[in-house]
Design a protein around this ligand. Structure first.
Ligand code: NDP
Length: 253
C-alpha cells in the first residue's frame, strides 16, 4: 500500500463527473487522495462525489466550463488556495466530433482542438507553476489509441490527441528537472457516454472485438491501475511515458 499511498494528496480531475474520469477518481480516492471533480454538469458531479464519499473517500466538485479561460484560471487559483496546492492534475475532459474530414467546419475543428489539446496545456501551465514551486507534481493526460492510429471521421480528434501525446513528452522533458512527472494514459475503446452510439453499432462492435486481442470493449475501471500508478510515488522516475490500456489493440497489426 505504501508505494501507492496518496494520503494528503489533492488531485484535480477534469471530466470527473462520469466515464473514465470518475473511475480513475474513485481509484485515487480509494488510495487516500482528496479528489476535486471538474465538469459542466452539477448534477452529475454531485452524484459522482456522493458515491466517492459513500465509499469513505474525500471528494469535492467544481462546476466549470473549461473553454472559459478566466474560469479555468479561477478554478486553479481557488483549488490551490483551498487545498494548499494541487499535487496531481488529471487532464481527462475530452470531446469527439464525428464527421468526414472534408466536411468539417472551422468552428468544430477549433472546439475539438481547444478542448482536447489547448485546455490541457492551459491547465498544465496554471497548475505546473505551483508544482514547480513545491518541487513535485504529477500531470496525467488522457490520450487515446487515436493518439497513434488514424481512423476515418474523427480527424480533429486524432489530430488533437496526437498533439496531446507530444505535449505530454515536451512538458515531461522540460519539467523533469523541477521534480515533476508528466505522463499519458492511452485508453482503447471504452464503454462510456462518449461511445453510446458506437457501441450500439453492431458492425463497429464486431470490428472492434475482432481487432482487439482481448476480444472485448474496455470498461472505465480498466484505467484505474494505470492512473493510481502514474499518480503515486511508484512512478517517480517515470516521465514522458504513455501507458496504453487497450487490450492489445495497438500491439497487433
Ligand atoms: P465522457 O464523455 O463520459 O467524459 C468526457 C468528460 O469531459 C465529461 O465529463 C465532460 O463533462 C467533460 N468535458 C468536456 N468538455 C468540457 C468542458 N468544456 N469543460 C469541462 N468539462 C468538459 O467520455 P469518456 O469518459 O469516455 O472520456 C474521458 C477521456 O478519455 C476523454 O479525454 C476521451 O477523449 C478519452 N478517451 C475515451 C475513450 C473511450 O473509448 N471512451 C478512448 C480513448 C480516450 P460534463 O459532462 O460535465 O460536460
Amino acid at each position: 500500500m505504501t508505494l501507492f499511498d496518496l494520503t494528503g494528496k489533492t488531485a484535480l480531475f477534469t471530466g470527473g463527473g462520469g466515464g473514465i474520469g470518475l473511475a480513475m477518481a474513485k481509484g485515487l480516492a480509494a488510495h487516500g487522495a482528496e479528489v476535486v471533480l471538474v465538469g459542466r454538469n452539477r448534477e452529475k458531479l454531485d452524484a459522482a462525489a456522493a458515491g466517492i464519499v459513500a465509499a469513505k473517500g474525500q471528494a469535492q466538485i467544481a462546476v466549470c466550463d473549461l473553454l472559459d479561460t478566466a474560469a479555468l484560471e479561477a478554478l486553479v487559483a481557488e483549488t490551490e488556495a483551498r487545498h494548499g496546492g494541487i499535487d496531481i492534475l488529471i487532464n481527462n475532459a475530452g470531446i469527439q466530433h464525428r464527421q468526414p474530414a472534408l466536411d468539417i467546419a472551422d468552428a468544430d475543428w477549433g472546439r475539438v482542438l481547444e478542448t482536447n489539446l489547448t485546455i490541457p496545456f492551459r491547465l498544465a501551465r496554471a497548475v505546473g507553476r505551483g508544482m514547480v514551486g513545491r518541487g513535485s507534481g504529477k500531470i496525467i493526460n488522457t490520450l487515446s489509441v487515436l493518439s497513434s492510429l488514424g481512423r476515418p471521421s474523427v480527424v480533429p480528434y486524432t489530430a488533437a490527441k496526437g498533439g496531446l501525446k507530444m505535449l505530454t513528452k515536451g512538458l515531461a522533458v522540460e519539467l523533469a528537472p523541477s521534480g515533476l512527472q508528466v505522463n499519458g494514459i492511452a485508453p482503447g475503446y471504452i464503454l462510456t457516454e462518449m461511445n453510446t452510439a458506437l457501441s450500439q453499432d453492431r458492425a463497429f462492435s464486431d470490428w472492434l472485438t475482432a481487432r482487439t486481442p482481448a476480444r472485448r470493449w474496455g470498461q472505465p475501471e480498466d484505467l484505474v491501475g494505470a492512473a493510481v500508478f502514474l499518480a503515486s510515488a511508484a512512478s517517480d522516475f517515470v516521465t514522458g511515458h504513455v501507458l496504453t490500456v487497450d487490450g492489445g489493440m495497438t500491439a497487433s497489426v
